[in-house]
Design a protein around this ligand. Structure first.
Ligand code: SAM
Length: 281
């Protein structure tokens, strides 16, 4: 164990974290608990992780659980992360979505299931907008698409909802041309324009919960989150994700992620240098 975190405290937090958000932290990553929760010890003026755990489990401080989840989750994200999803969306999916909208009038629903500060969801609306403009499509508009972003962390979702980005975040992965097209600039802050923001909604959602209330989706982005989950939870996720997808629905996970349990519910499709997963019939 680490110097400040006893074996007993590690096990208590390990179980608490897995129970609250599905994140499985092995012994070799005990330092993560210590480094990320130390600021809560300081804030609460406590001397030990045991005391922090007691406060947490006493429910005397309801905001503490939320702060813990925020501290323990990794919110790393960027614009247009990995090439594959955007290429697949443009080349493979958009042509059929345009046909579906034209023939049925229904909306295409896309879920960014671990949305962090919103880059994935807003990249999606930018990608769709670019497609419609570059193909001179006028009868189908952004109103025919519904993008939902969810995350377990309340504070990170506040950034997503505001759509406000600092000079460093705005640069990461975003073509400078898009910065001018899709954002307004207020001093050092870049704010997504309302005409694009209105098509994206964000809400708090824990992936451990049932997906039934979310409805059916054409696409789910569930990227760089399952890597933190246990094997058992990944397996459950595979089933829940397949159930929430429509016929021919598509799942994107991160390019560098391994998804060993896909075979029962998904078919892996190769696209250029990457892969995506299509739900089985
Ligand atoms: C590394 S970020 C990935 C962001 C984005 N999908 C991307 O690929 O750029 C992982 C996100 O998953 C969220 N998360 C972790 N556990 C979760 C859970 N049980 N339910 C919902 N979101 C969760 C974290 O709060 C974090 O914002």
């Amino acid at each position: 164990m680490t110097s400040g975190l006893s074996e007993k405290a590690f096990v208590m937090f390990q179980e608490y974290i897995e129970d609250q958000c599905g994140i499985a932290i092995g012994k070799e990553k005990a330092y993560l608990i210590e480094s990320r929760l130390t600021k809560l010890l300081v804030e609460k003026k406590l001397d030990s992780f045991e005391e922090l755990y007691q406060l947490l489990s006493s429910n005397k401080d309801p905001k503490l659980a939320e702060k813990m989840i925020d501290a323990i989750t990794t919110n790393e994200t960027l614009w247009f992360r990995d090439k594959t999803p955007w290429q697949v969306l443009e080349d493979e999916l958009m042509p059929s979505y345009i046909e579906t909208i034209r023939s049925t009038g229904r909306k295409i629903r896309i879920w960014s299931a671990a949305a962090s500060s919103g880059q994935e969801a807003y990249s999606t609306i930018m990608c769709i907008d670019q497609y419609l403009k570059s193909h001179f499509i006028k009868d189908v508009t952004l109103h025919d698409f519904e993008i939902i972003g969810t995350d377990i962390s309340g504070p990170i979702l506040e950034i997503a909802k505001a759509g406000r980005y600092d000079p460093i975040s705005i640069m990461r992965g975003l073509d400078p041309k898009y910065k001018e097209l899709y954002f307004n600039n207020e001093g050092r802050v870049w704010i997504i324009k309302d005409e694009y923001k209105q098509h994206v909604t964000f809400k708090r959602f824990n992936l451990q919960h049932s997906f039934h209330g979310m409805g059916k989706f054409d696409v789910v982005f569930c990227r760089y989150v399952m890597i933190y989950f246990s094997q058992q939870f990944k397996k459950e996720m595979s089933k829940k994700l397949s159930d929430t997808l429509r016929q021919n629905g598509v799942l994107f996970i991160g390019n560098s992620e391994i998804f060993p349990d896909y075979k029962e519910h998904f078919e892996m499709k190769q696209y250029q240098k990457g892969v995506y997963y299509q739900v089985k019939e």
